[in-house]
Each structure stands twice: as C-alpha cells, then as structure tokens.
Design a binder for this molecule. Structure first.
Ligand code: E4P
Length: 217
C-alpha cells in the first residue's frame, strides 16, 4: 500500500519524507490556497519544490473545466517534472481529458469521485489513479469505505490497472480499513500516518525497559 500525504505544506511533506515511508503527495487548489500559494507561476514553482522533496508521484490539479483548456494546462503541468501526475475532476470534459492524457503517455489522477460508476468511467478512460473521497462521504452519512470495497471488486472483476487512491482520509482507522479492503494508495494528513505509530502499551513497555536497564547499569 502506498502512503501519500495530502497537503501543500512543505514542512509537513519533509517530515513525512524523513519518516521514510512516503510514496507521494496529493494537492488540490484548496490546499494550495491554505498555504498562501497563489498566482500561476508561484503554484507551478511550488509543485516543483514538492517534487524536489519527495521521490514519488505528485498530483497537480487542473483548474480548467473544458477539454481544450484541461489538455493545455495538464500538458504544462506534466512538463514541469517527471513525478507530476495530472489531477482531473470527474466531469464529462474530464473523462475526455483523461483519455487524451492516457493516449499521450501522461499519467492522471481522477479526482472528486463519489460513486462506483464514476470510478468505472475513470478506469475505462485509463486513469492512473482514481480518488474516491471517503471522508467527505462519511461527512454526509454515507459509508466511504463501502465505496472503496465496491471499486476494488469492480476493478478486480475486469483487471483494471487504475490504482485506487483512497482520498479524503481523515484518521488512522480510515488508513487501516482501506488497507484491509485493498486500496492501492491512501492520501491523508500527516496525523493519519503518524497516528499509526501510537499505542499506549508501546510507550509503557519502552518506559519499563529503559527503567530496568538503568537499574542494572
Ligand atoms: C484528494 O486528493 C484531496 O486532495 C483530498 O483528499 C480531499 O480531502 P478533504 O476532504 O479532507 O478536503
């Protein structure tokens, strides 16, 4: 299972990278705005900065919503760095753009996916990744994990190679449940990764070991 961090914050990306378990980064326009990154040139530079910190794939989202502009923007993003994956929203023009990018060797992440049907279309268009937003489904009392399981079943039925990127992961249990279902990737905040570390018995056990060592040395 790949671990991506879902942020545009360079310090958090560095921290996750230093842990040695990071496989990539996802960003979106809201995450960019949160870090105060505005203006086309600054945004493009920020993507390159992120690529220079991590070894894996970095999703960069198109802003355009029509096919022609999406293609222009996506090609510009893809040229920035070999690690860039073009993030395209699940709309009609987006499906066409994903197919275009697939045919031209540009990797894609189909974003804002909330149903199995949308995930099926993304795979048919050849998306490298599909991003079902599980946290946002949970927010409206719909089981996000059930969607991951449905997509896993559909993709396995037909051998689709599109990787299931469980997005909008909010906490550690999301990560564990996605791993149980067989999501290929998860993207979440640094806390969802670091939360995996924690167990009170680890802390109390270590404390005891160190105390006992001190007694004899
Ligand atoms: C995915 O790529 C999105 O950036 C992200 O996971 C959305 O998460 P949110 O629902 O926490 O905003």
């Amino acid at each position: 299972m790949k671990f991506f961090i879902d942020t545009a914050n360079l310090d958090q990306i560095r921290e996750a990278q230093d842990l040695g378990v990071l496989d990539g980064v996802t960003t979106n326009p809201s995450l960019m705005a949160k870090e105060g990154i505005t203006g086309r040139n600054n945004i493009l530079k920020h993507y390159v900065d992120i690529c220079n910190i991590v070894d894996g794939d970095v999703s960069a989202e198109v802003i355009a919503t029509d096919f022609k502009e999406m293609v222009k923007e996506g090609e510009e993003l893809a040229e920035l760095h070999p690690q860039i994956v073009v993030k395209v929203p699940m709309i009609k023009e987006g499906v066409k753009a994903i197919k275009y990018f697939t045919d031209h060797g540009i990797r894609t992440n189909c974003t804002l996916v909330f149903s199995a049907g949308q995930a099926l279309l993304a795979a048919k268009a050849g998306a490298t990744y599909v991003s079902p937003f599980i946290g946002r489904l949970d927010d409206i009392s719909t089981d996000g994990l059930e969607l991951i399981a449905d997509i896993r079943l559909i993709y396995d039925n037909y051998g689709f190679e599109t990787q299931i990127l469980a997005a909008s992961v909010r906490h550690t249990m999301h990560v564990i449940n996605c791993a149980k279902i067989g999501a290929d990737v998860m993207t979440g905040p640094l806390s969802s990764i670091e939360g995996l570390l924690k167990h009170p018995l680890t802390d109390s056990g270590l404390k005891q070991f160190l105390e006992d060592y001190k007694k004899g040395n």
